[in-house]
Structures are given as structure tokens and as C-alpha cells.
Design a protein around this ligand. Structure first.
Ligand code: FA5
Length: 339
């Protein structure tokens, strides 16, 4: 039995040396010291030994167990150390390596101009309203007092999705949606995308951006419209900017006007940007037509209002001196990075 115990110890030590992982060591422990392990089996046979032999063999068996346990413990320590060394090697950070360049994104120039406009008008007390880009013919034309035969309704000007659904051609439908939901006093702006079946050229793209403005209250006059737009032009283009109204026609305003500002490049003297006139066209505007107020259940005898709509892309062109609107939408980073 003594022989057998020595043999078990030698085999266990060999197995321990051969185990390279924590799991391997565990298997060895079970193989020799587990319930059905080799050493346990031998110890169970000790009952058959004589009274003199039992303490001698018991002592040897204990020493064998202690030796096996000791080897297992020291092997576990060295395996853990190896595993830690491996991990540290893998996770090592070389602080001398060149860093990865993180390129910061920025807002598209149109979005920057839109943010500027929102900031100017919200300081004047306007709230921002939104409307859908896929719009009904009712909100885009009918409720805005557009005659059934108005040329803008034509397939050649408007993208039709079905007979009564279109991509909105202007932000003006937000006027109706706002007046249906809110009763005066109303003071909103609404920036957003618009779509027209226009052939792309230096000043037209089929998708572009407008900013709508609407004010409705008791006693609103053309003077309020003029004051508001003058304030806007001075903030956007500079303190010395002047504006002028030219009579125009829009179905949803009466009277209607196109509004020009003194050219910010030459201060009204005349240059290549304003084609020598000293003026640059800014936007369309006018007093809200009584029919439009009636369509929204607002009494035109009590309330009056003004509205305006400007092309944001054209304003961005003026502000940055860009002579072709298409540049904004070609996604050329050499162009966009300049803003
Ligand atoms: C309108 O769309 C009116 N809804 C504006 C308005 C609102 C008038 C409220 C009165 C009261 P107009 O069709 O002129 O108006 O368009 C307004 C602006 O949108 C133009 O001055 C121009 O800056 C811009 N615009 C129109 N079509 C295009 C296009 N294809 N590409 C780029 N900008 C465009």
C-alpha cells in the first residue's frame, strides 16, 4: 500500500506539471483527491489494515495528500501569474503611438442660416411651428385661397402623389394648420423643406427651403409687417440695411408685395451681386386675405394679420456670396467645409 501511495503521488505530480490551465488543474484535483479519486480509493481500503500498520500508512497517506495539494496550489499560482502576464501583454497601451484623428462634423450651411433666422425671430417673440412635407391639396392651395385654375397647381409645377396629396410647394400651409389649431394672438415662424417641379439651375432646385412667418391679432397693420421685416433685415444683413416693398400678387395675401433689401455687398450703390440695381429680392409678403381667415374660422372683422415667406437657400447664397444654389446639395466636402 505504501508503494501504491508513492506511485499515486508521483503520477499526480506529473499530471500537475502537464496541466497548463486552471481547468486542467481542476481535472487533476478531481482525478486524485475527488470523492472517487485515486487517493480516496486507497484510503477507503485502510479498514482492512492491521492496527499497527494503520497509523503508519495513515501518516504516509496524509503526507501524499499534503504534497499533492501543495503542488496543485503552487501550480495554480504560476498559471494565474502566466494568465495575468498574457493579459497585460495584450492590453498594453503604447502612449508613443500617434493618435487617431477624430474629425468633428458641423452643421450644413443651410441649417446654419436656418438657425440664425430662428434665433432672430424668436427674439422678436415668434414661436416655431411645423407642418408635414407631404401635404394635402386643401392645405397647400384650397384653404390658401388659390383659384382652381392657378398655374402653380399644374403638374408641371407641383409633385403630385395622388389627386389630393402633394409634396408641399411652400411653407404657407402651416399658416392654415396653425390658425385651425390656435386662436389669435398668433405669432409663428415655420422653417422647412419645399418641393417644386423646377428644372435645376443657378437659382432653382426641385427641393429647397422656406421660412414662413404669420402674425394674427386685433389691429395688425402693414406698418407691423414693415417694421418686423426691417428689423429682420438689419439683424441678418447689417444695421445699415433698408427694405422696400414692390406690389405683387399672392392668392393668400391682400395687399401683397415682394420685398427687396439694399444689397449688403455694395450697400445699395450697385454691384455684380445685385446686378447694378442696389437691391436684392428677399421674400414675398402681405396682409392675410380675409378669405384665408374665414377658412380658419377667424373673424376678419375682428382680426387682421400679416404673413411672409422667404427662400432660405437664396438667403444663404446672398449671405455667403454663392452664385449657384446647386452647390449646397452636391455634398462636396471641399465646398461644405468652408462654412
Ligand atoms: C411663396 O412661396 C409664398 N408662399 C411666399 C409668401 C408667404 C408670400 C406668405 C406671402 C405671404 P414664392 O413662390 O415667390 O412665394 O417663393 C418664395 C421664395 O422661395 C422665393 O423668393 C425663392 O427664394 C424661393 N424659391 C421658390 N422656388 C424655388 C426653387 N425652385 N429653388 C430655390 N428657391 C426657391
Amino acid at each position: 500500500m505504501q508503494e501504491e501511495l508513492k506511485n499515486i503521488e508521483n503520477c499526480a505530480i506529473e499530471d500537475i506539471k502537464g496541466a497548463r490551465t486552471s481547468e486542467g488543474i481542476d481535472k487533476v484535483r478531481v482525478k486524485y483527491l475527488g470523492k472517487k479519486g485515486e487517493l480516496t480509493k486507497v484510503l477507503r481500503g485502510m479498514g482492512k489494515l492491521s492496527a499497527e500498520q494503520r497509523p503508519v500508512i495513515g501518516k504516509i497517506a496524509n503526507t501524499v495528500r499534503e504534497n499533492i495539494e501543495g503542488s496543485i496550489a503552487s501550480m495554480i499560482n504560476s498559471i494565474k501569474q502566466e494568465e495575468l502576464d498574457d493579459r497585460l501583454k495584450q492590453e498594453v497601451i503604447d502612449v508613443t503611438m500617434p493618435g487617431k484623428k477624430i474629425t468633428l462634423g458641423k452643421k450644413h450651411p443651410i441649417t446654419q442660416v436656418m438657425d440664425d433666422l430662428i434665433s432672430i425671430f424668436t427674439k422678436m417673440g415668434f414661436k416655431v411651428a411645423e407642418g408635414p412635407e407631404v401635404e394635402s391639396v386643401y392645405y397647400n392651395f384650397d384653404a390658401l385661397n388659390a383659384a382652381k385654375n392657378h398655374p402653380s397647381r399644374d403638374m408641371s409645377d407641383t409633385f403630385y402623389i395622388s389627386d389630393d396629396t402633394i409634396l408641399r410647394t411652400q411653407t404657407s400651409p402651416v399658416q392654415i394648420r396653425t390658425m385651425e389649431k390656435t386662436k389669435p394672438p398668433i405669432r409663428i415662424i415655420s422653417p422647412g423643406r419645399c418641393f417644386r417641379n423646377d428644372t435645376p439651375d443657378a437659382t432653382h432646385t426641385p427641393m429647397f427651403h422656406q421660412l414662413e412667418g404669420l402674425v394674427v391679432d386685433e389691429g395688425i397693420t402693414l406698418g407691423d409687417l414693415k417694421g418686423t421685416l426691417e428689423m429682420f433685415a438689419k439683424h441678418f444683413f447689417g444695421e445699415h440695411t433698408k427694405i422696400k416693398f414692390r406690389p405683387h400678387y399672392f392668392p393668400f395675401t391682400e395687399p401683397s408685395a415682394e420685398v427687396d433689401a439694399t444689397c449688403f455687398k455694395c450697400s445699395g450703390k450697385g454691384c455684380s451681386l445685385c446686378k447694378g440695381s442696389g437691391w436684392i429680392e428677399l421674400l414675398g409678403a402681405g396682409m392675410v386675405h380675409p378669405n384665408v381667415l374665414k377658412n380658419c374660422n377667424i373673424d376678419p372683422e375682428v382680426y387682421s394679420g400679416f404673413a411672409f415667406g422667404m427662400g432660405i437657400d437664396r438667403l444663404a447664397m446672398m449671405k455667403y456670396g454663392i452664385d449657384d444654389i446647386r452647390l449646397f446639395f452636391e455634398n462636396d466636402m471641399r465646398f461644405l467645409n468652408q462654412f
